[in-house]
Design a protein around this ligand. Structure first.
Ligand code: ZN
Ligand code: ZN
Length: 570
């Protein structure tokens, strides 16, 4: 593919200080955000990491993987050059990898009170005795981190305390927006600091690194307050129980649901540990009132059917969360039944459609009414649509635009929008491509190693050479194990033992697959002179090939084959 951008070091004098950006995650995908800003000469840069998030596996392609984390190899090689990590907000795609990966970096973390509170609560639950060195900054706060002068700018999004980060260096100022939208009535927290954004534009912004999620959607996104009044109406009109699920981190939505309960004389019941954790942090940081009241799920059974409003986790179809368990009629404390209303106050993240659809269908079969954002105003995006992006470009007037937080199609749409908005330089880049922001002109000047790690049970493993690659093969074609006992003179001392897992029992003619393998193993052993059978590795390979080929011709698929040989001296 032809590139319309230079890959050169022209424009900066040899060895001079440069201001650069490279995404270790987040450019070319929505998720796993990890943006690395650098300042200094090519051989001795100082780094600042903005966000350190996760992304989710895609079911059968990553069997058994819990979450996906960015590969920080590039930083780990020279971690003394990393000055700190700034977190823009507490969504998992921005902070979800901190607990797993911080021990590899051991640098100070900077975050606002709610984000810090969420991280500490999670570390207390999952991080053992890990003590994260979090420096709490106020909203709109400033601090110096290495050569970077940092200023947070209050934005609105779908979680409290989203911040854009203004990064000042001697080479110029970059504004990293984080996730944002323009919501003047965000329902909790302050509206975006539009005046500060405008002032920054007046100061002269070299580069705007901006959210691309909704760059293909026209117009402006509705306000969180519109959703709150819509939910209140829906709850009021419902005759029986109402169960609402949303992203547990959306405190405004939690408050909207609580207000709807109060307005309709219902008791709020909260089910799901993640929801409890968020409510606790939101109370501590003032985003929910101290006396925010709800009852625990054990009280559910005592409340009249028309007087209950159930708020639960599991909007993405997570199998262990409250929604999935209610759909299977398998929850110990909370239930819905025919005539009840179930509301998905959420968007289904791509990849989760099947799980969410299964649950919604189960509720419909039960006789519940199911409302999603396709039928009613029950959810709104937290990301800027095209008119909001244009407004941002008008305020900031950057010399250079670098779209982030998007797949290729979002990044391209955003780049076109930025050009149309009159931005002189637009530099689309993907994970691992190092962009020189200043001194200009912008260019891709280097490639750094990037990749993905898997959280696999309690361990972090490689996505490429790790165990998940083997599991993919096992998932597709099963395994055949053959165990042999031989003497050191090459005699076979017992009938081979054969284990087949994930392989059909019989072939199309009804012959047992076990016999197919046993014949193949005997054939392979018989055809080898005893002298050659003294070499264990030769036997192993011959038997493995024979078993695999025999199953292959009987089945049309070849399983993983393992041959275990015990050699007995005599
Ligand atoms: Zn977010
Ligand atoms: Zn995000």
């Amino acid at each position: 593919m032809a590139r319309d951008r230079g890959r050169s070091s022209g424009g900066a004098e040899q060895g001079g200080d440069e201001f650069v950006l490279v995404a270790l995650g987040g450019m070319g995908e929505i998720g796993m955000n990890a943006y690395l800003y650098g300042y200094g000469p090519a051989k001795a840069r100082n780094w600042l990491l903005v966000d350190l998030g996760i992304t989710f596996p895609e079911g059968e392609f990553d069997p058994g993987v819990d979450v996906i984390l960015p590969d920080l190899r590039f930083l780990e090689e020279d971690r003394a050059s990393l000055s700190g990590i700034v977190l823009t907000h507490a969504h998992e795609d921005h902070v979800g990898a901190v607990i797993d990966l911080w021990p590899r970096l051991e640098v100070p973390i900077y975050a606002t009170p709610f984000t810090a509170g969420m991280l500490k609560a999670k570390a207390a639950e999952f991080g053992g005795r890990m003590k994260l060195p979090i420096n709490v900054l106020p909203m709109g706060g400033r601090t110096q981190i290495g050569p970077f002068e940092i200023e947070l700018i209050t934005m609105s999004h779908s979680i409290p305390e989203p911040s854009a980060v203004a990064i000042r260096t001697p080479a110029g100022l970059a504004l990293h927006t984080g996730d944002w939208k323009l919501d003047q009535t965000p329902f909790v927290g302050d509206p975006p600091d539009e005046r500060r954004l405008e002032t920054l534009g007046g100061e002269g912004v070299r580069a705007l690194i901006c959210d691309s999620t909704n760059a293909m959607r026209d117009g402006r996104s509705p306000s969180e307050s519109d959703i709150a009044s819509s939910i209140a109406k829906i709850v009021k009109a419902a005759p029986k129980r109402v169960a609402i699920t949303t992203f547990s981190s959306n405190v405004a939505r939690i408050k909207a649901v609580a207000d709807a309960a109060t307005a309709s004389g219902r008791t709020l019941v909260v089910a799901g540990r993640a929801m409890h954790r968020v409510i606790e942090v939101a109370r501590e940081t003032g985003y929910l009132p101290e006396d925010f009241r709800y009852v625990d799920q054990q009280q559910f059974k005592y409340i009249d059917r028309s007087k209950v409003l159930l708020l639960c986790t599991g909007s993405q179809g997570e199998p262990r969360a409250a929604m999935a368990r209610m759909a299977d009629n398998d929850h110990p404390d909370v239930q819905v039944a025919k005539g009840d209303l179930v509301v998905f106050s959420s968007r289904t993240i791509p990849g989760n459609e099947k799980d969410v659809g299964r649950i919604q269908n189960a509720f419909v079969r039960m006789g519940c009414e199911v409302l999603t954002d396709a039928e009613a105003l029950v959810h709104v995006t937290g990301h800027p649509r095209r008119d909001e992006l244009k407004q941002m470009y008008q305020w900031i007037k950057p010399e250079l635009a670098v779209p982030m937080h998007g797949e290729a199609r979002h990044i391209r749409a955003h780049a076109e929008l930025a050009r149309a908005a009159g931005v002189p330089e637009v530099m689309p880049a993907y994970n691992g491509e190092m962009v020189r922001l200043a001194p200009g002109p912008a260019a891709i000047i280097d490639d750094v190693p990037v990749g993905r790690l898997f959280r696999d049970g309690r361990l972090i493993v490689s996505s490429i050479e790790g165990p998940v690659r083997d599991r993919r093969r096992l998932a597709i074609a099963g395994i055949c194990v053959v165990a042999l006992v031989m003497s050191d003179r090459g005699e076979v001392l017992a009938d081979p033992e054969i284990v087949l897992d994930g392989v059909p029992e019989k072939d199309a003619d009804g012959e047992e697959m076990y016999d197919v393998v046993a014949d193949a193993v005997d054939g392979a052993l018989d055809s080898m002179p005893q002298k050659r059978r003294k070499d264990v590795e030769t036997v192993r390979e011959a038997v493995r090939r024979a078993a695999r080929a025999a199953i292959g011709s009987a089945w049309g698929k070849k399983p993983v084959c393992k041959v275990l040989i015990s050699v007995i001296d005599d």
